[in-house]
Design a protein. Structure first.
Length: 171
């Protein structure tokens, strides 16, 4: 009787060990084509200016088999930050999550159209009350990218520019 139990356990182990290897062969990795490539115009190493003055450098990489656009920002004034940008198949939207070295966080969602990537969301303003946030990335004909970040404290009736940067390819 004990011999049969060992043989049965051995058979189960063989089946369990074989199953993961077989299922790995059917997995598809990566996010090729379509909506996942809409924001690729922002990928690269950039020198960023604002109002003609150096604002910082940005290294924007394509990671996770093309499923993630990862921003690595270094501001001229010492500030740093990172964002994760991705297309979510479940809701059909682009998302950006930003955090900087001062603990500021932005969570935005949006989409691509007319050669622009647009994100919107809410974040606390200087007074602690929720402010609307709007980021627009312009895919310029000359290969540069303009990022316009605007905020509104009155439900979008008026907008104030928080940052207007021009990205030009760097080293």
């Amino acid at each position: 009787m004990p011999y049969r139990m060992v043989a049965s356990v051995g058979m189960v182990l063989v089946l369990v060990i074989a199953s993961p290897a077989e299922s790995q062969q059917t997995l598809q990795f990566g996010c090729p084509g379509g909506a996942h490539r809409q924001f690729d115009f922002w990928v690269g190493k950039w020198n960023v200016t604002s109002q003609g003055k150096p604002a910082g450098v940005n290294d924007v990489t394509l990671d996770e088999e093309g499923c993630l656009i990862h921003e690595h920002w270094k501001g001229a004034g010492g500030g740093t930050g990172q964002s994760f940008n991705f297309f979510d198949r479940a809701d059909g939207q682009w998302h950006q999550v930003w955090i900087d070295n001062q603990g500021n966080v932005l969570r935005l969602a949006g989409g691509y159209g007319d050669e622009k990537m647009r994100f919107t969301g809410l974040a606390p303003g200087p007074d602690g009350k929720a402010q609307q946030q709007r980021l627009t990335f312009f895919n310029n004909q000359d290969g540069s990218v303009r990022q316009l970040w605007e905020t509104s404290s009155n439900d979008g009736k008026t907008w104030q520019v928080a940052f207007d940067g021009l990205y030009r390819k760097g080293e």
